[in-house]
Design a protein around this ligand. Structure first.
Ligand code: SF4
Ligand code: SF4
Length: 164
């Protein structure tokens, strides 16, 4: 085992730390000219790929109708118990729709289980990662915040179909 140098064995040059400071500065200078891996958020936004799992959202058809049939599977599979669905009947073809659909974003762990289990492709993980709440109530997202047009989610839907 190499013997440890004691403080009194160091030269004056070493005690002044000048070589180490110079080495540190050289490393900083070298790193400054390397390509950056960081982004100046929020001025520069991160554009996630289609595999990204941002906040879960409900798919709204082009005509403005929601895809969800209120089967409740997503709520049952959610490990964080973040989803609450209240079904109601409708005159339309699909018969049932969610009268109330809420996701508690303080509970959600972005696992994507809800998306995986949905038989209707009605809930998908979006690319949205910007969420701000000032209190617990604001973190409970209802249909007003959850419904997103299918055209904005096509990228993710295509990704899911290609990986099934
Ligand atoms: S992503 Fe996971 S934790 Fe979040 S609502 Fe879906 S199943 Fe629940
Ligand atoms: S989002 Fe899908 S799994 Fe959840 S209640 Fe609606 S249809 Fe069922």
């Amino acid at each position: 085992m190499a013997e440890k140098k004691r403080l009194k064995d160091l030269t004056v040059w070493q005690k002044a730390y000048i070589p180490e400071i110079a080495k540190g500065l050289a490393l900083t200078l070298k790193t400054m000219f390397k390509p950056k891996f960081t982004m100046e958020y929020p001025e520069v936004k991160f554009l996630p790929p289609s595999s990204y799992r941002g906040r879960p959202v409900l798919v709204e058809e082009a005509g403005g109708e929601e895809r969800c049939v209120a089967c409740g599977l997503c709520a049952r599979v959610c490990p964080a118990l973040a989803i609450e669905v209240q079904a109601a009947e409708t005159e339309r073809e699909k018969e049932r729709y969610p009268e109330r659909f809420e996701i508690n974003m303080l509970r959600c762990i972005f696992c994507g289980f809800c998306e995986e289990v949905c038989p209707e492709e009605a809930i998908v993980m979006s690319k949205d990662y910007e969420m701000v709440f000032n209190n617990r109530e604001d973190a409970i997202y209802g249909k007003d915040k959850l419904l997103v047009s299918v055209s904005q989610l096509q990228d993710r839907i295509n990704f899911l179909r290609s990986h099934k």
